[in-house]
Design a protein around this ligand. Structure first.
Ligand code: 3PG
Length: 315
């Protein structure tokens, strides 16, 4: 799969500084257990190279990249250790040209229109926006999005679970990055359960799964009576459509697939939801619907619950 598609589908890249390479594999496992099998290991510590090497060798399913790459030598070491992508904090044209020449996927850091233009003139459209909050946050990116139509951003610096969706709800965001999920202190103290919990919390916030409705596969006359009963009991709105009837979020319609009905779950991002559900072992029905921009708008699972199908819709 295209590296940037994978990064987009992950939605969040934990940025980490590891002081002791022995912590690298437990960290990678904690992130994976939390539903975010990815890390940007920053070259702010001497252990970065060895951490990348160990994660590459022992957790091949974790997408590991190198961050804070400031020198050609760090870039070479990161690639030799197995980094799958390289990120720079700022826009140093000489460094960017060098990293590009190696062929590794990269995200240059940029915070101003001039830097964005330079990145794009080099064919680099996936850009780290750093430091994001100190530079005007998502409002600045929305202003930059007009002139720089092809740019996609990874905001990093001041991003956390509270402002995560301010960024992710903007469709030009590739992913968000940040250290809040795995802080240096938590890593040094081996707080793997806390890191896993923070990952899960971030993924839950990002995907925003909510029960959206229940569809009961029944088009008989008694379905109408049942819908009316729900409406009279709870004040739900009764509607008749060409497919059946509904009482608020409970619909009754004909379907001959053999299931009793369908549980409809909404999500904030169908691409990321589908990727996440696959990662945690759900089986995706191949009949996937996409919107005009090619994003997943609706998909179902092969898994059923009490005879009900499960369908996920982007809201
Ligand atoms: C980075 O290197 O990407 C940033 O320092 C991360 O910033 P944060 O600590 O505010 O998440």
């Amino acid at each position: 799969m295209d590296m940037f598609k994978e990064i987009y589908e992950l939605g969040i890249i934990p940025v980490v500084a590891i002081d002791d390479a022995d912590n690298a594999v437990p960290l990678a496992k904690a992130l994976r257990d939390g539903g975010l099998p990815a890390a940007e290991i920053t070259f702010r510590t001497a252990a970065a190279e060895e951490a990348i090497r160990r994660i590459t060798a022992e957790c091949p399913d974790v997408l590991v990249g190198a961050g804070t790459v400031l020198t050609k030598e760090q870039c070479d070491r990161a690639i030799a250790a197995g980094a799958k992508f390289v990120v720079t904090p700022g826009f140093n044209p000489e460094m960017i040209a060098y990293i590009r020449s190696t062929g590794i996927p990269m995200m240059p850091g940029a915070a101003t229109p001039g830097e964005m233009e330079q990145a794009m003139s080099m064919g680099l459209t996936n850009i780290k926006f750093f430091p994001a909050e100190a530079n005007g946050g998502v409002a600045k990116l929305k202003a930059l999005a007009g002139p720089y139509q092809a740019a996609k951003w990874m905001p990093t610096g001041g991003v956390n679970t509270k402002n995560l969706n301010d960024y992710l709800s903007f469709d030009r965001i590739l992913c968000c990055g940040g250290t809040w999920i795995a802080t240096s202190a938590d890593i040094a103290e081996g707080k793997w359960d806390d890191i896993t919990r923070k990952c899960k919390e971030a993924v839950k916030t990002m995907l925003g799964f909510k029960l959206d409705g229940i569809v009961i596969y029944d088009s008989s006359e008694s379905a109408k009576a049942d819908a009316k009963l729900l409406c009279s009991l709870f004040g739900f709105e009764y509607k008749e459509t060409e497919n059946g009837v509904s009482a608020g979020a409970v619909s009754f319609m004909k379907d001959d697939c053999g299931a009793k009905g369908c549980i409809v779950i909404s999500t904030l991002n169908g691409d990321r939801a589908m990727s996440y559900l696959k990662r945690i072992g759900a089986e995706i029905d191949p009949d996937i619907r996409y919107d005009k921009k090619g994003r997943v708008s609706c998909f179902g699972l092969k898994n059923t619950v009490a005879g009900f199908e499960i369908c996920i819709e982007t809201k």
